[in-house]
Design a protein around this ligand. Structure first.
Ligand code: ADP
Ligand code: MG
Length: 265
């Protein structure tokens, strides 16, 4: 099997600080991959590079067999790479349907945009996230969870081959998290999905293959069971919860504090 996304030797430096340090990552077609790691590990930076937002200092990104290492953001979208941000980027004043329609148009080249009248992608995308009945609601009136689902619908309307979701369940209720987990499984039936998430309960329920990033490097990769059994992961990631419960002081990396905030939100 050839991977849909292949990241090789990816390095990103911000001045003298190295946010990503030689990351190798391969995601197969229709895979649901979780990317975890303490706060500051480089997860968002990795998404930023794959989507053309940040230029790497070294290394390559290949997508569907093509080199997309230095593709402009709008070209990455057109190539079929969609992403969400840690905070949902929807237009509050527009209706749910208009947000999705606008997002669908991002995928089109400008000359096609001028002639475009077909809104067929809109009901289909809303149906997939279970929000068809909210099409005419103003986005600003939606609950936090529904805003996140709207953003996913906006991406689905672009018919991406690869979806990159940055902490999609942060701030969601337990019921919203559960629905989101199911939704990711459904989406991954025909779309490749890379999810950044570090809520352990969510991972336990929905994760298949997990890649652990730590200080800009891939620490380990495997099934959730394999990753959880890895002592290095316990040390850099999970172990901090116990250490912090014991009142131990940590400086610098805020691993488990971040995990706990997410879990408690
Ligand atoms: P994560 O998403 O895993 O929490 P990030 O990828 O956001 O981590 O950040 C990784 C590290 O890179 C952090 O220490 C962050 O402060 C740093 N960083 C991210 N973006 C920039 C930037 N534009 N300039 C300088 N440092 C940055
Ligand atoms: Mg991040």
């Amino acid at each position: 099997m050839t991977a849909l996304l292949t990241v090789s030797g990816l390095t990103v430096s911000f001045g003298s600080f190295t946010a990503l340090d030689g990351v190798d990552l391969a995601v197969e077609e229709k895979e649901l991959r979780f990317l975890i790691g303490p706060n500051g590990a480089g997860k968002t930076t990795l998404i930023d590079v794959v989507t053309g937002r940040t230029r790497p200092t070294a290394g390559t990104v290949r997508f569907g067999g093509a080199d997309v290492t230095v593709l402009a953001e709008h070209k990455a979208v057109r190539a079929g790479i969609g992403r969400t941000f840690q905070t949902a980027a929807v237009f509050d004043a527009l209706t749910v349907a208009d947000n999705v329609d606008l997002a669908a148009s991002f995928r089109l080249a400008p000359h096609r945009l001028l002639r475009r009248r077909d809104r067929s992608a809109v009901p289909e995308a809303l149906e997939r996230v279970g929000m068809a009945d909210l099409a005419d609601r103003r986005a600003g009136e939606l609950s936090h969870g529904r805003r996140q689902w709207l953003e996913i619908a906006m991406l689905l309307a672009q018919r991406p081959r690869l979806l990159l979701l940055d902490e999609p369940v942060a701030g969601m209720s337990a019921a919203e998290r559960e629905r989101t987990g199911e939704l990711l499984g459904e989406i991954a039936q025909d779309t490749t999905v890379l999810v950044v998430e570090h809520d352990m309960e969510f991972l336990r329920r929905h994760a298949r293959t997990v890649t652990v990033l730590h200080e800009g490097r891939v620490l380990t990769e495997g099934t959730l069971e394999e990753v959880r059994a890895d002592e290095r992961v316990a040390e850099v990631y999970l172990g901090r919860s116990a250490a912090e419960r014991d009142g131990e002081q940590h400086t610098g990396v805020r691993g488990a504090a971040d995990v706990k905030e997410t879990a408690d939100a």
